[in-house]
Design a protein around this ligand. Structure first.
Ligand code: PLP
Length: 446
């Protein structure tokens, strides 16, 4: 067995020494054989080979998957974790009942602890499982917003917000009689720090912004924004859907109050995500949805007052245990390759993609020009060509990209367009994938 694979298995078995995780990695020995030859570095070749779907073909051409900002592909370790759960541990979790129910509860708890550690939360009780970033933001807008927003208050959003980050606050503002204020980005796609102090005032109750824009790819200085917002007494919610998948995010180091992410953008489950929040805020917030598991001692005639502690208060009904197990498996998978190493490799890829895409005549990339200021998400327009036509042409060549308003029309309009093409990469994307994209664009341009 080659060294890297041995190291990789060692990392996973260290994780699986936690009893609850033993079954998550059942099936790891059946990982797919190596077929990828794209990467010069065997480490990345090995990594890519763990994504079976990347071996699909489209009209007999090898698939080039460049739609990872919409959803990533899943590694064998994730698939094995789900298999393991359903084949061996599936039960509605309960700590004091039968063996399977205890195993399921144990897995569920361990997954929460894994994700808490991954984000450097103070503890698992600061993790709220949600259906994804969208539900996490809706939870805050509804629960925290309902309790804390009033007439005349201000909510600071940004022109680069995804609809899932913008619309919940528009609706919350409407309910409370609060005002939405909008923060602009510079021509290179970063939030304009020079505007921040004028936008913030004693009326600002919450600041919400994307850590990384899904359109512009720009990485925003989250820590500085939090510090400046806190000085005026506002709380801060970070939409981390496009940052956590790409580089390490430490909620305590950043100093935010709420942070939202989606599992499916980081090799994890679709329809499953996280709201991280400071425990004091969670304790002060009313429940979001009501039902079993979030409440104790229910009587017929009085509204309940005894709620579950921490994140559990916001998780009504039977929990999505396989979602939690799958997300924890994805976290361990990413960590096993080294988050720093993956980020370094991504920046090399970004550099490569930027320099090659720029050679195409009439092509304009939105967002930062420098690789170290962005993630490997490339939104572009080509002179005299419709984005949807470009995406359709590329699809015929086996290259999967996204086109349209990217759920961020205000961000596109800021750059004088109403639709664009987005090619988005992830840890398994190779320089060859970029070459196929560039060749496809050159061919359709001609
Ligand atoms: C920046 C950003 N925020 C929020 C979302 C919404 O995520 P989800 O649909 O997983 O809830 C996305 C998804 O594309 C995103 O890119």
């Amino acid at each position: 067995m080659e060294t890297h694979r041995r190291d990789f298995l060692r990392t996973l078995s260290a994780a699986s020494s936690l009893p609850a995780f033993a079954s998550i990695f059942r099936g790891k020995a059946e990982w797919a054989g190596r077929v990828c030859t794209d990467f010069a570095d065997t480490k990345y070749r090995d990594l890519r080979n763990q994504f079976p779907l990347l071996r699909e073909t489209v009209d007999d051409r090898p698939l080039v998957y460049l739609d990872s900002a919409a959803t990533t592909q899943r590694p064998q370790a994730f698939l094995a974790a789900l298999d393991g759960f359903y084949l061996h541990d599936n039960a509605n979790p309960a700590k004091s009942l039968h063996t399977l129910a205890r195993r399921s509860a144990n897995l569920y708890d361990t997954a929460r602890a894994t994700v808490a550690r991954f984000l450097n939360a103070r503890g698992p009780d600061e993790i709220v499982w949600t259906r994804g970033t969208t539900e996490a933001i809706n939870l805050v807008a509804s629960s925290w917003g309902g309790a804390n927003l009033g007439h005349g208050d201000e909510i600071l959003v940004t022109v680069s917000d995804h609809y899932s980050s913008l619309v919940p606050w528009q609706l919350a503002a409407g309910r409370a009689g609060a005002t939405i204020r909008v923060w602009d980005v510079s021509d290179d796609g970063h939030l304009r720090l020079d505007q921040l102090d004028q936008l913030l005032s004693k009326r600002t109750k919450i600041v919400t912004f994307p850590h990384v824009s899904n359109v512009l790819g720009a990485i925003n200085p989250a820590k500085e924004i939090c510090e400046r917002a806190h000085r005026t007494g506002a709380v801060v919610l970070i939409d981390a859907a496009q940052s956590v998948p790409h580089f390490s995010v430490d909620v305590r180091e950043i100093g935010c109050d709420f942070l939202a992410l989606s599992g499916h953008k980081m090799c994890g489950p679709m329809g499953f995500g996280v709201l991280w929040a400071r425990r004091e805020l969670l304790d002060a917030m009313p429940p979001f949805q009501a039902g079993s598991n979030m409440v104790h001692e229910v009587e017929l005639q009085s509204a309940p007052t005894h709620f579950a502690e921490g994140g559990l208060k916001f998780e009504a009904g039977t929990p999505n245990v396989p979602g939690a197990v799958g997300l924890a498996a994805a976290v361990l998978f990413l960590e096993s390759f080294g988050r720093k190493e993956l980020w370094t490799r991504e920046q090399e890829l970004t550099e490569y993609a930027l320099s090659n895409l720029r050679k195409i005549e009439g092509l304009r990339i939105l967002g930062p020009r420098k690789a170290n200021e962005r993630i490997s998400v490339f939104t572009f327009v080509v002179e005299n060509r419709k984005p949807l036509d470009i995406a359709a042409s590329l699809d015929r060549m086996g290259v999967a990209v996204r086109a349209g308003d990217l759920a961020s029309l205000p961000a596109l309009k800021r750059f004088d367009v109403t639709a664009a093409v987005r090619a988005s990469c992830y840890i398994y994307t190779s320089n060859d994938d970029i070459d196929r994209l560039v060749a496809g664009l050159t061919e359709t341009n001609g």
